[in-house]
Design a protein. Structure first.
Length: 301
């Protein structure tokens, strides 16, 4: 693939647009939950569209920042050797983006995320500064340390489930219910499927590099079963919507589960190699399907 160094196309590839659904879906679910509950309280005037937009922008900028950090750190460590790499091509390793330019981009996106998130203090209080700080710190710790310790899945559950869903809801209503918490866990389980299939594909290289991901620890067969169970558990956890009177928000995600199961079967058949990138793309699509199903189910109910 011919890509001009440090060009707009190079930066678009480095940002990895397909991963942005994983950042957007939790925020959209949190907003749908807040909107629905405020509607039930006949207090829709309290819903802040400005805060909603800021939450979404912060999540997306942080995701791009994390992608840049991951690209740069893995390049410096030599983990993205072009001959061994099975996943989508990386910008620094391919020479599309220079290492120096990537360092500047990381600084820029980190500052931009902080600037976008800072006004949320006006809506959620000073505790939003702490939330933002944790997001930035763990953005760096994930690639540099925690992913090597097999804690990546825990971070996904927290920062692509509990934190974005609950904090987005909190900013609008200044409280978090147990129903919202369970919904956030379900969302985190869905998004974690993306990490599981990614690490499933890279399990042999990760083992050689001393990267003890959960997939490396439990083995390929158990990892495939984990992938399937993540989708099943997330869908069944949606019973919380049913108990809260949102029947469609419980029923519609079964559409997602069908797609998730089909991807699982493909994952079993392919087993290893670059062809698993198809499953990675399908999982990103499935996350979006889940998000759409939950949001539509909440808003229509």
């Amino acid at each position: 693939m011919e890509v001009k160094r440090n060009s707009l196309r190079a930066w678009l590839l480095a940002a990895r647009p397909k991963t942005l659904t994983g950042a957007a879906v939790p925020v959209l679910i949190g907003l749908a939950l807040a909107f629905t509950d405020l509607r039930g309280l006949q207090a829709l005037d309290a819903f802040s569209w400005t805060a909603a937009l800021l939450c979404l922008l912060f999540a997306e900028v942080m995701q791009v920042d994390a992608n840049f950090v991951n690209d740069f750190i893995d390049y410096v460590r030599g983990n993205d050797d072009a001959a061994r790499r099975l996943g989508p091509l990386r910008a620094c390793t391919q020479g599309w983006v220079s290492a120096e330019a990537m360092k500047k981009a990381i600084a820029l996106t980190t500052v931009l995320a902080c600037l976008v998130g800072l006004p949320l203090v006006l809506y959620g209080g000073l505790e939003m500064i702490l939330v933002g700080a944790f997001c930035v710190v763990f953005c760096f710790l994930y690639t540099t340390h925690l992913s090597y310790m097999g804690l990546g899945d825990v971070l996904v559950l927290l920062f692509f489930g509990v934190v974005p869903v609950c904090v987005t809801y909190y900013i609008q209503l200044h409280t978090v219910t147990w129903q919202v918490f369970l919904a956030s866990v379900a969302c985190g389980l869905v998004v974690d499927g993306l990490l599981v299939v990614n690490n499933y594909r890279d399990r042999d290289n990760d083992r050689e590099d001393g990267k003890l991901t959960l997939v490396v620890r439990i083995g390929a067969g158990n990892a495939r079963m984990l992938y399937l169970l993540l989708g099943v558990a997330a869908t069944l956890t949606g019973v919380v919507f049913l108990l809260n009177g949102h029947v469609l928000a419980f029923v519609l995600p079964f559409v997602y589960l069908v797609f998730h199961f089909c991807t699982y079967l493909k994952m079993v058949r392919i087993h290893k190699g670059r062809e698993l990138n198809v499953c990675l793309g399908e999982t990103a699509r499935n996350i979006l399907i889940y998000g759409v199903c939950v949001v539509v189910g909440l808003l229509v109910s």
